[in-house]
Design a binder for this molecule. Structure first.
Ligand code: ADP
Ligand code: ZN
Length: 598
């Protein structure tokens, strides 16, 4: 048995590596660099934890989110790994104590934020001690073209210069080809061995629909599929996260807001509730979630459109890390498209940067509007090919109908043209539908030939037409005049009748059969299951960690099915390593024996 397999079994209690964990670990143990791209839940952490244990010295893990370091360290300590973290939340005394441990060489793993690592003082200290490796987590943060850029990450290139002999591993779950190249070049990892796994998350069901009444649509989703599940709901504004959380609480859900404007104390309280309890919903801006490794998040809902497919994939990727069925649900509308286009045009940065942003947004809109398998499109965006439609997205499960929208599109475009491309969608629809409003008369639009030519479609149908025209680049949003719709070059052939356009019918809400719930195996005795959960809850509270840090649900379920009655049998369970066997084995075994005797 290799040293790494031994660590896998004895410390982590897992029987075998997942591909390509083993190869990555061997690369590092041999002292070489690695660049790892693996989907969320794929098992990236072991790729640096095991070599850090196998090699001499301390492994340094660089991670951008200090809020999670405590939990990561707690989980390591429960396994008997000597781990610590250094960040700005600690007192001078605590920092000194950890620095002392580093000098004495007693630590296996140190988690540290990039800004801390690159301080002269820290680098000096690291030069004095033996280092096993550097792990650069969330490595896509180094990319300026990416969506999570952090300036501190750029400094990490100096690791290679100062510590040329220490192997480095960079890890990320999302990076298109361009970002991959940027990671390699900015971190001096051009010679690193690359491990690019597929991106697919087959257990996640992707659903994207049109926004009609966001709250009611959300409520329907929760009631139908996720009544007592943990989940994350993403909104664009801080105020909206608070509104939605308050409203969900009125509806009887445990929902809490999370955004950068809340006090640090409140944020960490809400995060702790989410991690520790079951059936907690966090309503968050994008500030929440990076590095969250709660395995049983059953749904991620977007009430606003993310700006890029990278963000969308990363945020939805927080669902179902345990591999069980999970939902990624999003609704969006014309207003989202207009708002995002405006935000981007007004953003800082040069023209090239803005073009890149627009390009990413267009790809996101394309994903929303497609009428073919969502997963195929998502994976194709990341350069992955899925041969067959997935059978687990809203389009595969309930294929959308399309209609020939050429005539309607021409009417919509002509109306924008006749009103001098100076009006927003609401006014254009009033003109089309021949509405008698003050504004219509004020501008004399009742005298236009297009006035009333669109009575055959209702308000929602026209909004759908305009949304699709904007999303597909036939129209654009005028930024000088708030929300005015303009014609784009692309619409000429359509107006001339040389082209037709097929639009999707989206009058109806996303109607997908309820998800199969995560269920306990039918053989599981519920009384035993509850007794084991009670036992786990006791330890979790005593240790101040989330229950899944003690044992995952899967391990608990295995206990119910195999009913180990001795420590040896208990040792065979997935997720039971030496330390957990010794600490918690006796209590759980006695729960099982009591159950069998009853
Ligand atoms: P990532 O960081 O890639 O999102 P994690 O490292 O958090 O993923 O791993 C996801 C889950 O898979 C964790 O619960 C982890 O314990 C489990 N896991 C990882 N590798 C293995 C393995 N070889 N055998 C069993 N479980 C594993
Ligand atoms: Zn599909």
């Amino acid at each position: 048995m290799t040293a790494s397999t031994q660590i896998l079994q004895q410390v982590f209690g897992f029987s075998a590596f997942r591909q390509p964990q083993d190869k990555i670990i061997q690369t590092l143990i041999a002292g070489n660099d690695a660049l790892v791209l693996m989907p969320t839940g794929g098992g990236k952490s072991l790729c640096y934890q095991i070599p850090a244990l196998a090699r001499d010295g301390c492994g340094i893990v660089i991670s951008p989110l200090i809020a999670l370091m405590q939990d990561q360290v707690d989980a390591m300590r429960l396994l008997g790994v000597k781990a610590a973290f250094l960040n700005s939340t600690q007192s001078a005394d605590e920092v000194r104590a950890i620095e002392q441990q580093l000098r004495e060489g007693v630590l296996d793993l140190l988690y540290i934020a990039p800004e801390r690592l690159t301080q002269v003082h820290t680098l000096q200290l690291l030069k004095e001690i033996k280092l096993a490796l550097f792990a650069i987590d969330e490595a896509h943060c180094v990319s300026q073209w990416g969506h999570d850029f952090r300036a501190d990450y750029l400094q990490l290139s100096l690791l290679h210069e100062i510590f040329p002999e220490v192997p480095r591993i960079a890890l990320t779950a999302t990076a298109d080809a361009r970002t991959q190249e940027e990671i390699a070049s900015r971190l001096n990892l051009s010679d690193a061995e690359k491990f690019i796994s597929g991106f697919d998350r087959p257990n996640i069901r992707y659903q994207i629909g049109v926004k009609h009444n966001a709250k009611q649509q959300l409520l329907k989703l929760l009631k139908a599929d996720h009544q007592s599940d943990s989940g994350i709901i993403y909104c664009l504004s801080r105020k909206k996260t608070e509104d939605i959380a308050a409203w969900l609480s009125e509806q009887g859900f445990n929902a809490y807001p999370y955004h950068a404007g809340l006090s640090a104390e409140l944020r960490s309280r809400h995060q702790a509730l989410f991690l520790r309890d079951e059936a907690v919903i966090i309503v968050a801006t994008i500030a929440f979630g990076m590095g969250i490794d709660k395995p049983d998040v059953r749904f991620v809902a977007h009430l606003d459109l993310p700006k890029t497919i990278e963000s969308y994939y990363q945020e939805t990727g927080r669902a179902g890390r345990d591999g069980k069925p999970a939902t990624a649900w999003m609704i969006y509308g014309l207003q989202d498209v207009i708002k995002l286009r405006q935000m981007m045009a007004n953003s800082e940065g040069n023209e090239a940067h803005k073009r890149a942003e627009q390009h990413r947004l267009n790809a996101m809109l394309g994903l929303c509007e497609i009428t073919t398998c969502r997963r195929q499109a998502l994976l194709a965006y990341f350069g992955d090919e899925l041969k067959e439609a997935c059978g687990n997205c809203d389009i595969c499960l309930d294929p959308p109908e399309t209609w020939d929208g050429s005539e309607a599109a021409r009417k919509a475009l002509s109306t924008a043209f006749r009103t001098e491309q100076r009006f927003g969608v609401n006014h254009l629809i009033e003109v089309l539908r021949g509405t008698n409003s003050d504004k219509i008369f004020q501008y004399g639009h009742n005298n236009l030939p297009v006035y009333g030519i669109g009575e055959d479609l209702n308000n929602n149908q026209w909004r759908s037409v305009f949304r699709q025209l904007v999303a597909r680049g036939y129209m654009s949003v005028d930024l000088e005049r708030f929300g005015a719709l303009r014609l784009e070059e692309k619409c000429r052939p359509l107006l001339r009748g040389e082209e037709t356009i097929s639009l999707r019918k989206d009058a109806r809400p996303i109607a997908v059969k309820a998800q199969t719930k995560v269920q306990l195996a039918p053989e599981v005795d519920i009384a035993l299951w509850e007794a084991l959960r009670e036992c786990r809850r006791g330890y979790a509270e005593e240790l101040g960690v989330p229950p899944y840090v003690v044992f995952h649900d899967t391990t608990l379920q295995e206990m119910c099915l195999r009913m180990p009655q001795t420590m040896e049998e208990f040792n065979d369970l997935t997720g039971v390593g030496e330390r957990k066997l010794e600490r918690y084995g006796p209590a759980f075994v006695s729960v099982i024996n009591r159950h069998l005797a009853a």
